[in-house]
Design a binder for this molecule. Structure first.
Ligand code: SAH
Length: 368
């Protein structure tokens, strides 16, 4: 009797071969299963027709393939889609699919909740439930890509009729900017990055993957040595330790100057830059002085800055800087040669924008 069911999602091709071997089967079937999951997006062993019928029957008994289950898909007017996924143990996470003209961006979660307690972020309100496994991280990508290729499945949840998609062949960018602090779950994140970047797996090149962190310095060094090194984004959002201590408690442990020093040591490809995300909050971190300090702080780095208007929903009565203030802040950076972009919030009408990921279960937010 085969009692314990082996979870297949999240295993590397080699791990799958070992598993088949441990069953007394030919190891190469592991490669076929890997190909079926990550290339063909076939999530049911019973339908993996490259495998013999008896092998499929056996695998159905002794293994399982558990993808995050979409329980709600909300469609924004700007065509951004927010997924509420339920995990095997009932925990909920959110992921966002952002279609753009020349690429699709998938924003994925690395933890259920987040313990970092940044004062402007809604995810902070739920605290940390747990880390996600490598399979749960890669599984969000698999689900959203399958919907992109076969829009009927995403629409079905909404009771909508599918529209034919021209998007299928656009390149995919992955941003680890959903719920959670990826560097608190680096082991599983690294394994998920291997699945994503593997040319025989999801085949998303590492330069199309960005990991965003509050700035856990020892983990930044560890990431630099990991097998797949993604682009690095740092959520900075202040130019003095006094203000950053208040907005992002992590700063009390890893202050700004040390964080910038760690960034200076991060390996970059030619023409690659480190992204600094800066949430603009009225009268807190948006002065001309702040802009000039930011230029100085980043002067020894190959950096670019993403300016994020504070998305609504936050606590403590904080408000976004005005469009004029944001434009002026951007002008100061640009005039000193620091590339700076103002990020248009996507999916704000469905609370899918940065810092708004917060279990929507039970809420009746109108979807498009
Ligand atoms: N923990 C990681 C990954 C989450 S990314 C990190 O902090 O980098 C979430 C991004 O959204 C961060 O860049 C953060 O600065 C930004 N963000 C959080 N709350 C926001 C808000 N209310 N408005 C705009 N951006 C916000």
């Amino acid at each position: 009797m085969e009692v314990q069911q082996q979870e297949l999602l999240g295993l590397s091709s080699g791990d799958l071969c070992h598993f088949l071997e441990s069953l007394g089967e030919k190891p190469f079937h592991g490669k076929q299963i890997y190909h079926a999951i990550y290339r063909l997006r076939e999530f049911d062993v019973a339908s993996m027709t490259d495998l013999s019928r008896p092998l499929r029957a056996r695998l159905q008994r002794c293994s399982r393939l558990t993808l995050p289950k979409p329980v709600l898909v909300q469609h924004s007017l700007d065509r951004t889609r927010k997924y509420l996924f339920e995990l095997d143990d009932g925990e909920k996470i959110e992921s966002v699919f952002i279609p753009e003209e020349h690429r699709d961006t998938l924003c994925i979660s690395t933890q259920a909740g987040c313990p970092m307690d940044c004062k402007f972020c809604l995810t902070a309100l739920i605290g940390l439930a747990r880390n996600l496994s490598a399979g749960e991280i890669a599984g969000q990508v698999l689900r959203m890509l399958k919907d992109r290729e076969n829009p009927s499945s995403a629409m079905a949840l909404q009771g909508k009729r599918p529209r034919l998609s021209r998007e299928t062949f656009k390149p995919v960018n992955i941003v680890l900017m959903g719920m959670g602090e990826p560097l608190l779950n680096l082991e599983n994140v690294s394994r998920a990055l291997l699945l994503m970047a593997d040319p025989d797996g999801l085949a998303i090149p590492s330069h199309r993957i960005t990991l965003s962190t509050v700035g856990l310095i020892p983990k930044i060094h560890e990431l630099a040595r990991s097998p797949i090194v993604p682009n690095l984004a740092i959520s900075l959002s202040a130019t003095t330790n006094e203000v950053r201590d208040r907005l992002m408690p992590v700063n009390r442990k890893y202050p700004i100057e040390e964080l910038i020093q760690a960034c200076e040591q991060f390996p970059l490809r030619p023409r690659q830059r480190i992204t600094f995300e800066y949430v603009l909050i009225e009268s807190i971190n948006d002065s001309d002085e702040d802009a000039r300090r930011l230029v100085k702080l980043l002067s020894r780095l190959r950096a670019k800055v993403n300016l994020l208007p504070l998305n609504p929903g936050q606590r403590n009565g904080m408000r976004s800087s005005s469009p004029e203030r944001i434009a002026q802040f951007q002008r100061i950076l640009a005039s000193k040669g620091l590339p700076a972009y103002v990020r248009r919030p996507r999916g704000a009408d469905i609370f899918a924008a940065c810092g708004q990921l917060h279990q929507t279960q039970g809420q009746t937010v109108a979807a498009s």
